[in-house]
Design a binder for this molecule. Structure first.
Ligand SMILES: [Ca+2]
Ligand SMILES: [Ca+2]
Ligand SMILES: [Ca+2]
Ligand SMILES: [Ca+2]
Length: 354
């Protein structure tokens, strides 16, 4: 199987609700026009097992027949209908929608007592009712980034989806937030975040730098109000946004922007790829989650590529001060780090598992 990019994407969730996490593995077959597959392996008392595994293919379980859809390019797990079984979002960002090539679509598979259900599924595209933006548009690659979180605190997970939003100068970026409900994810009532909306990026100096905004997505409760907050960035922007969750979900009015230049970090930087990966985790086991932002390279202006990547960790005080309880910056060469002193330019921080 030399043509198979096995394990390109991963998601863990308890799809059959037996209290043990199960694993979804997304792969692409290079020689079959990147038609994808998703393998489902279920947890057992002895760990992950092959017995009862499922193999979802683009042809059988995708959105339309034929290849070049990148089915399974990204995966996200969450309990969208609140039945205590995790559900699986499978992105096919190169899917043709109507006549729009690579408009992208996401297929939702729901968990059941027997694991992921394939008979009743849900398809989400930009022409679904209630989705913001301009409908399905070619080359927008909906779903090329996804994250899940409970942004409105109703104990059902919600799904944030990136689409490229084509502009005159290239891909600008937009994010759709779909909320869970008793039955399924709802496209009606979704929140639309558009990088070109002046309320989204209020710092005028950064308006020119909104390329691929939303290609990095993360979620966590950064103000400890019981609702997840949405972290949006990209490696082209040198800034990120945090949108705080509320009883009404994600609102444009409750947000903070994080500028790379405002963080102590490592000072002057060259091509730092700030925001390559973002996420949140409760690292100290108390209070709000910590905000984690990686950059791939950190180097001095006169010596590009002296660095190896770095991780910014912000300890939020409250919604107004994301660094209220502290700030740390690590590189692979930070004192005490195992493996310090390795070669430069190693793109440390390429991905985060949270
Ligand atoms: Ca399970
Ligand atoms: Ca569920
Ligand atoms: Ca929710
Ligand atoms: Ca929150």
């Amino acid at each position: 199987m030399r043509d198979l990019h096995f394990g390109r994407a991963l998601a863990a969730g308890d799809f059959d609700g037996d209290g043990r996490d199960d694993l979804a593995i997304g792969s692409q077959r290079v020689t079959s026009r990147w038609a994808g597959t998703v393998d489902l392996l279920y947890g057992s008392p002895r760990g992950i097992q092959m017995t009862g595994s499922r193999h979802l293919t683009s042809a059988q379980h995708g959105l339309s027949p034929g290849g070049l859809d990148y089915f399974g390019w990204k995966l996200a797990a969450g309990d969208f209908n609140g039945d205590r079984r995790d559900d699986l979002a499978v992105a096919a960002p190169f899917e043709t929608v109507g006549r729009e090539g690579s408009a992208g679509a996401v297929k939702i598979f729901y968990g059941s007592r027997d694991g992921i259900e394939t008979r009743v599924t849900q398809e989400i595209a930009k022409d679904s009712p209630g989705m913001g933006g301009d409908g399905a548009v070619a080359s927008e690659d909906l779903g090329s980034a996804m994250t899940t979180g409970d942004f409105n605190g109703d104990h059902r997970d919600d799904l944030a989806l990136y689409a490229a939003k084509r502009g005159p100068g290239g891909d600008i970026g937009e994010v759709h937030v779909l909320y869970g409900s008793k039955r399924r994810l709802r496209t009606r009532g979704s929140t639309y975040l558009d990088a070109q909306d002046p309320r989204v990026i209020t710092d005028n100096d950064h308006l020119e730098q909104v390329g691929f905004w939303g290609l990095s997505l993360g979620a966590g409760d950064l103000d400890a109000n019981g609702r997840d907050d949405l972290i949006v960035s990209s490696n082209f922007t040198r800034f990120g946004n945090v949108f705080f969750g509320s009883g009404r979900g994600i609102r444009l009015s409750a947000q903070q922007q994080i500028l790379e230049d405002d963080l102590p970090g490592d000072g002057a930087q060259v091509g730092s790829e700030f925001g390559w990966a973002v996420g949140a985790a409760n690292l100290n086991g108390r209070g709000p989650d910590e905000l984690i932002i990686t950059e791939l390279m950190t180097g001095r202006e006169d010596e590009p590529c002296t660095g190896d990547g770095g991780i910014h960790i912000l300890y939020p005080g409250n919604a107004r001060n994301l660094r209220g309880r502290g700030y740390e910056f690590f590189t692979p060469n930070s004192p005490g780090m195992a493996g310090a002193g390795g070669p430069g330019c190693q793109a440390w921080g390429w991905s985060l598992g949270l």
